[in-house]
Design a protein around this ligand. Structure first.
Ligand SMILES: Cc1ncc(COP(=O)(O)O)c(C=O)c1O
Length: 401
């Protein structure tokens, strides 16, 4: 119940506090806490990126600027995309946003209205579902299949069956948060074809594109790929495709709130209006930091991914060895999303784990259909910190729930 002086839109009134936030609120500030609940690493933004922001600020890059981003940054992002996937990508298709989240919000404002629906592959980062709700739309969840080995698979027939005449878009995050699932190029082709046929949007969230690990057949150093398969690789510029990306994860910039969208050229003008009325453009001096990240950050990204790979492997080796825990080796992103035998209230369990171990995990139920029964652990941390967390977690996870 709220006690506001005047009513809210019902969709806004119905928004729940995220379940991750509920655990976070309970534990934040505790002495000795090992927080592995949110989607970020334990490292601050590297100095070469911070320095670029400071220099730009001192040089007076403190004004309103181009709403789609400074031309140098748009060109650099387009060049990065071309290099990553060996494809063509015009800089006119790139728009710099104040975070991936802000980009997603604007895209949903553009395409979803009351009574419309968006088909979303779940479990998924909960903000996506809330953003659709805020836009007045309805979430149609298509759950990934839980495989016996703890991995995940998308049933394309079920996805097709979820579309109806009010569907405006399909939303898929790959590599996925929380599952680490990676969509194959073949699956992407089928889904993009569905979108073309029906004249609906494919919104591809590729913020974890650089976080791919070996053993999955889809990525990893031994395949020569530098990123997970992207919808950009199989599409033409005028396809109904919007790709969401972020500086948050690969360059440790979660607090900067910077991201970008790659869209059809014909969508850019509409997006420009939405940027104008939402944020009036991304922060001027921060864009120079993003430019440094793109231009000079490849070694840093490689080291970050390798570090996550080591963290993921450690967590996998130790958790998968517990008889009550089921998980597959992570394919991508930086989360262990593991099933715990007998678990039916993951929110209560996350609170219990916090009380008993002072380790912060996210409850699987936060991630929508298919999430309950699981817990999410972010392994973008040093192996020393993860080892300490695992030492504390193992006794609890070994007991019946
Ligand atoms: C799948 C997914 N998309 C988008 C984001 C948000 O990125 P940003 O920090 O740029 O808003 C996250 C953050 O956790 C995420 O997991």
């Amino acid at each position: 119940m709220n006690s506001l002086p005047a009513p809210l839109r019902p969709e806004i009134d119905a928004l729940e506090t995220s379940r991750i936030q509920q655990v976070f609120d309970l534990g934040l500030g505790r002495e000795g806490l090992i927080a592995l609940w949110v989607g970020e690493g334990d490292q601050p933004t590297p100095a070469f990126i911070c320095d670029a922001a400071t220099e730009a600020m001192k040089a007076g890059k403190t004004f309103y600027t181009y709403k789609h981003g400074i031309p140098e940054l748009r060109a650099a992002i387009a060049g990065y995309t071309r290099g990553l996937y060996d494809i063509d990508c015009a800089e006119e298709r790139v728009s710099v946003t104040c975070s991936a989240m802000s980009g997603i919000m604007m895209v949903l404002q553009a395409v979803v209205g009351p009574g419309d629906n968006v088909v979303v592959v779940t479990p998924v980062w909960p903000n996506i579902m809330s953003a659709i709700q805020i836009a007045g739309g309805v979430v149609r969840a298509v759950q990934l299949d839980d495989l016996p080995d703890g991995g995940f698979r998308l049933d394309l027939d079920r996805l097709a069956g979820a579309l109806d005449e009010r569907t405006r878009a399909i939303f898929i995050a790959s590599p996925g948060n929380p599952t680490g699932w990676i969509m194959s190029t073949e699956e992407q082709s089928v889904v993009l074809e569905m979108c073309r046929d029906r004249g609906i949007w494919m919104i591809a969230d590729e913020v974890y594109a650089r976080f791919i690990f070996d053993g999955a057949g889809t990525g990893g150093p031994e395949t020569g790929r530098k990123a997970a398969p992207s919808f950009l690789e199989i599409s033409a510029p005028e396809d109904p495709l919007i790709v969401v990306n972020s500086f948050s994860k690969a360059w440790a910039m979660t607090g900067w709130r910077m991201g970008w969208l790659t869209t059809p050229p014909s969508f850019i003008e509409t997006l420009g209006r939405l940027i104008e009325f939402n944020t009036s453009g991304a922060p001027h001096f921060q864009q120079y930091a993003c430019l440094a990240a793109i231009r000079d950050g490849e070694d840093y990204v490689r080291e970050t991914v390798e570090r996550c790979h080591r963290g993921g492997e450690l967590v996998f080796q130790r958790l998968a060895a517990l008889p009550r825990v089921h998980m597959a080796r992570p394919m991508g992103a930086f989360y262990a999303f593991f099933r715990v035998e007998g678990l039916s209230d993951s929110l209560a369990y996350a609170k219990q784990i916090l009380e008993e171990t002072n380790v912060g995990l996210s409850p699987g139920s936060a991630f929508g259909p298919g999430g309950e029964g699981h817990m999410r652990l972010c392994f973008a941390s040093s192996t020393a910190r993860l080892s300490e967390a695992l030492d504390r977690l193992e006794p609890v996870l070994s007991k019946p729930v």
